[in-house]
Design a protein around this ligand. Structure first.
Ligand code: SF4
Length: 419
C-alpha cells in the first residue's frame, strides 16, 4: 500500500514539476495560429444560399448538416458548435459568400490552393456520353467542355455531388477523397522504396518461356534454397504480382489522370506522364493498383445506365426520319435504323438514358415510358427489320438466279439455232 502511495506521489510530482517548468508565460503563446479562429461560423444572407452542399462536403469534422428551412423554402446548413473545429473550410468553399467566420472570407480570396473539400470529382472520358447533364446542373459553373471533353475545374468545384447524381452513366463521374489518395500514395512510396532497395523484383517471360531481365528483375528460381531473408520478401511480392497479372499493356485515360506520379514511382518499366504513354511494360499491374482515380486500365469499358426503370422510344407517328437523334447519340448501338421503315429506333440494352436524343429531336417524337415498352418496340423493330432483310436477300438471290437462267436459256437458244 505504501509503495502505491509513493508511486502516486511521484507521478503527480513529476507532472506538476513538468508543468511548472514548461509554463508558457510569453504573450505570443496566447496568439492562435493564423488559420485558427475560435469564432463560430455564421450565415450572413440565407437568401443567397443555393443549397449546393459545398460547406457540408468540405467539413472534416461532420459539424454541418443540411436541413430544410420552412422560412426560406430550401435546404440550409445547420452548424453544430460542439463538433466545429473552426478550420474555416466551409467559409472558403462557399461559392456564394453566404458564410462568414471573422474576416476569413476576405482573406480566403488570396489563397491559391483549391477550394477545400473532402471529395474530389473527376469525369471518366471513356464513359462520358457528352450529354451535358453535369455541366447544366453544376451550381458554380465548375464544368467545362472543350475539344469534346468535359472536365471539372478542381479550383471551382465545391464537391456538392450534383453532377454525379445527374450523370446517367454508372461510374462516369468518379470521386476520390483525400484519405484514399494518401493511402494510395503511401502504398506507392512503399513499393518505390522496395524497388529501390531491390527488395522487390519482377519477372517476365517471352514466348519461349525464357525469363528475361530488366532493371530489378530476377530470373532466379524463387524456390532456390540460397534465398536469404531479403529474397523471401522478393518471392512474396513476385508471387503477389505474378507477371501475368494483366494481359495487355495498360492505357492512361487523360481526363482521369491527376499526375500524382504514383504509377511512375512503382513501374519497373517506363511511363511518360507528359504524353500519357506507357513506354515499357512488364504487365505487373502495379500501376493499376496504385492509381487513385482508375486512370490506368486495360480492356474495353462498358457504358451502363443507372436508370433501368424507364427508357426512350421513338414515336414513329411523329418521327420525320431526319436521324438527328442517331447523329447526336454518342453510345454505340443505342440507336439503329430500321431496314423496314428507314426510321431510327432505340435499343434499351445499350441506351444510357442520357436524354440527348430527346433534347435534340426537332419534332418532339421521343417519349420516355417504362423500359418494358421500349424493349417490346425494339424487339418488334428488329424482328421486322430482319424479316425485311431476309426478303431483300431472297429477292436479290432470285434476281441473280433469274439473270443467270435467262443468260443460259438465251445462250442455249442461240446455239440450237446456230446463230
Ligand atoms: S503494368 Fe504498369 S507498372 Fe507494370 S510495367 Fe506496365 S506500366 Fe509499369
Amino acid at each position: 500500500m505504501s509503495s502505491s502511495i509513493w508511486y502516486l506521489y511521484e507521478f503527480v510530482r513529476k507532472k506538476w514539476l513538468k508543468r511548472f517548468a514548461n509554463a508558457k508565460t510569453e504573450k505570443e503563446a496566447y496568439v492562435p495560429p493564423e488559420r485558427y479562429r475560435r469564432i463560430p461560423v455564421s450565415i450572413d444572407q440565407p437568401d443567397n444560399c443555393i443549397s449546393c452542399n459545398g460547406c457540408y462536403q468540405s467539413c472534416p469534422s461532420e459539424a454541418i448538416e443540411m436541413q430544410y428551412s420552412e422560412e426560406y423554402g430550401k435546404n440550409l446548413p445547420v452548424f453544430f458548435p460542439g463538433s466545429c473545429i473552426a478550420c474555416g473550410n466551409c467559409v472558403e468553399t462557399c461559392p456564394t459568400g453566404v458564410l462568414e467566420q471573422g474576416t476569413l472570407r476576405k482573406e480566403a480570396k488570396q489563397y491559391i490552393w483549391t477550394v477545400p473539400k473532402i471529395n474530389n470529382y473527376i469525369i471518366d472520358d471513356e464513359l462520358c456520353v457528352k450529354c451535358d447533364s453535369c455541366r447544366r446542373i453544376c451550381p458554380v459553373n465548375a464544368i467545362t467542355y472543350e475539344n469534346n471533353v468535359y472536365r471539372i475545374k478542381s479550383n471551382d468545384c465545391v464537391g456538392c455531388n450534383r453532377c454525379a447524381t445527374a450523370c446517367p452513366v454508372e461510374n462516369a463521374i468518379k470521386s476520390y477523397n483525400e484519405y484514399e489518395l494518401s493511402e494510395k500514395i503511401n502504398r506507392a512510396q512503399n513499393l518505390k522504396f522496395l524497388k529501390k532497395s531491390k527488395k522487390i523484383k519482377y519477372e517476365t517471360f517471352n514466348n519461349n518461356s525464357n525469363t528475361e531481365n530488366i532493371e530489378g528483375i530476377s530470373n532466379k528460381d524463387n524456390t532456390n534454397d540460397d534465398t536469404n531473408d531479403n529474397n523471401i520478401k522478393n518471392i512474396l511480392i513476385v508471387e503477389e504480382y505474378a507477371p501475368d497479372s494483366i494481359d495487355e499493356i495498360p492505357r492512361i485515360v487523360s481526363s482521369l489522370c491527376i499526375k500524382c506520379n504514383n504509377c511512375v514511382d512503382v513501374c519497373p518499366g517506363k511511363i511518360d506522364l507528359n504524353e500519357l504513354n506507357v513506354l515499357e511494360c512488364v504487365k505487373c499491374g502495379l500501376c493499376i493498383e496504385v492509381c487513385p482515380t482508375t486512370a490506368i486500365r486495360t480492356g474495353k469499358v462498358v457504358k451502363k445506365t443507372l436508370n433501368t426503370e424507364n427508357c426512350y422510344i421513338i414515336n414513329e407517328d411523329k418521327c420525320i426520319g431526319c436521324r438527328i437523334c442517331s447523329k447526336a447519340c454518342n453510345v454505340e448501338n443505342a440507336i439503329s435504323i430500321s431496314s423496314e421503315t428507314n426510321m431510327p429506333y432505340i435499343n434499351p440494352d445499350y441506351c444510357v438514358r442520357c436524354g440527348l436524343c430527346h433534347r435534340e429531336c426537332p419534332v418532339d417524337a421521343i417519349d420516355f415510358p417504362e423500359t418494358s415498352e421500349s424493349e417490346k418496340l425494339n424487339k418488334y423493330r428488329s424482328v421486322r427489320g430482319n424479316f425485311q432483310l431476309l426478303i431483300e436477300k431472297d429477292l436479290e438471290n432470285y434476281a441473280k438466279n433469274y439473270v443467270i437462267a435467262k443468260d443460259e436459256i438465251l445462250e442455249k437458244g442461240k446455239n440450237e439455232l446456230n446463230l
